[in-house]
Design a protein around this ligand. Structure first.
Ligand code: PPE
Length: 308
């Protein structure tokens, strides 16, 4: 998806012009994937832009950094403030937010420990991740022939840049075969997640999503949707799923910061349910988007208002 450029990027404590936010080609992370990152969204509300689950995303960023022995040279509070500052500096009402912590320039060789740690927060307007009509029509997906990286190779508890090369294999395979997205199985054959989304199935009014231990990212939208669904009275379980659980579901959908709640209408050329967005998915989308706009009192604490 092409990037919509804005004015400024927050880089190592300063707001720099978009085209000056550069790193050296010998930066460690470019060669060895030694970076951790987040994907966050800010939504438009009647009180101005508000960042969705900012504290949760910042916490996950620190957990990811800890796994790779990266010391982030800022406090979580400073990164929260920087996020607000960069949104304000660009005058955005709604945007995607990409914090990135990398091992920078100064050392070559796999050992990252002596390379500096650089921190960037970029923002830009980003529409529907899987296409403009995907939120309504749903997407066609394929179970990838590529397996998800295992918990003892590239742990899914961290959101590291390097592990996305695994997602790239799956995503490209699915696109070249004419699908919109891929889902990867783990080495045991259970469903993990999409190349950039968690997955849920609905059957007889019960929602099920794979447990984190299956190898999916501990998605913040996943937890949010579990909470919203329970509040709406649905039973929600975390259980290992196999590919036929997707084929035989009444409904299936993806969750993710970028993907939000995207219905899945076909898996491996099998129509899921009625082949369009189902009623449960629609209800969850309605509750989700109302909350992002600040319209739901009980979920106000999930929003950080940029202008406060
Ligand atoms: N699984 C994967 C592999 C993943 O990358 C994401 C987020 C999720 C699940 C959902 O997690 P959460 O956003 O916390 O609900 N993927 C991010 C990056 C997408 C990209 O193409 O870049 C995102 O959605 O921001």
């Amino acid at each position: 998806m092409p990037i919509t450029e804005v004015e400024k990027i927050w880089m190592d404590g300063e707001l720099v012009p978009w085209h000056e936010a550069k790193v050296h080609v010998l930066s460690h992370a470019l060669h060895y994937g030694s970076g951790v990152f987040e994907g966050i969204r800010a939504y438009e509300t009647s009180r101005g832009p508000a960042v969705w689950h900012l504290d949760e995303h910042v916490k996950r960023l620190y957990r990811s950094a800890k796994l790779y022995h990266m010391e982030i040279p800022y406090s979580p509070e400073a990164l929260v403030q920087a996020t607000k500052d960069v949104i304000r500096a660009n005058g955005l009402n709604a945007c995607y937010i990409r914090p990135l912590v990398i091992r920078g320039y100064g050392e070559m060789g796999v050992n990252p420990l002596n390379a500096p740690v650089n921190v960037v927060i970029a923002v830009w307007p980003w529409g529907a991740y899987l296409g403009e009509d995907a939120l309504e029509r749903g997407v066609r997906i394929k179970i990838s022939s590529w397996r998800r990286n295992g918990q003892n190779s590239l742990p899914s508890a961290a959101k590291a840049t390097g592990q996305y090369i695994n997602s790239v294999l799956a995503k490209v395979e699915s696109l070249k075969a004419g699908y919109d997205e891929a889902i990867m199985l783990n080495e045991q054959g259970s469903i993990t997640d999409g190349s950039g989304e968690n997955v849920f199935v609905v059957r007889s009014g019960v929602l099920t999503t794979p447990p984190i231990q299956a190898g999916c990212l501990d998605g913040i939208t996943r937890s949010t949707v579990m909470r919203i669904a329970r509040d709406l009275g649905y039973e929600v379980g975390e259980e290992n799923l196999v590919r036929t659980d997707l084929y035989n579901a009444d409904e299936a959908f993806f969750t993710g910061t970028a993907a939000e709640i995207t219905p899945i209408r076909e898996v491996d050329d099998r129509v899921v349910g009625e082949g369009h967005r189902g009623p449960v998915t629609k209800e969850l989308q309605g509750a989700f988007f109302a909350a992002t706009k600040g319209e739901t009192d009980r979920y106000q604490s999930w929003l950080t208002y940029v202008n406060d």
